[in-house]
Design a protein around this ligand. Structure first.
Ligand SMILES: [Zn+2]
Length: 64
């Protein structure tokens, strides 16, 4: 019986702004909001998130 390798999700996070997969090792931008850390593919996405975090968190939680 095959079993899954260590879950990919341990190493990747979804950029809540654009939906891209980013590795926490290489993510160029991150932010901690209400004790949760979000990773972004670019600083521009982080800035977009900062303007209206609730909007993106809502979207993010829906896709999880
Ligand atoms: Zn992005």
């Amino acid at each position: 019986m095959k079993y899954k390798k260590k879950a990919k999700s341990d190493f990747t996070h979804i950029d809540p702004v654009c939906g891209m997969e980013v590795s926490y090792n290489t993510a160029p931008a991150m932010i901690t909001h209400e004790n949760k850390t979000y990773y972004f593919c670019a600083d521009a996405c982080r800035q977009t998130f900062e303007v209206n975090p609730e909007l993106y968190i809502h979207k993010f939680n829906k896709t999880q």
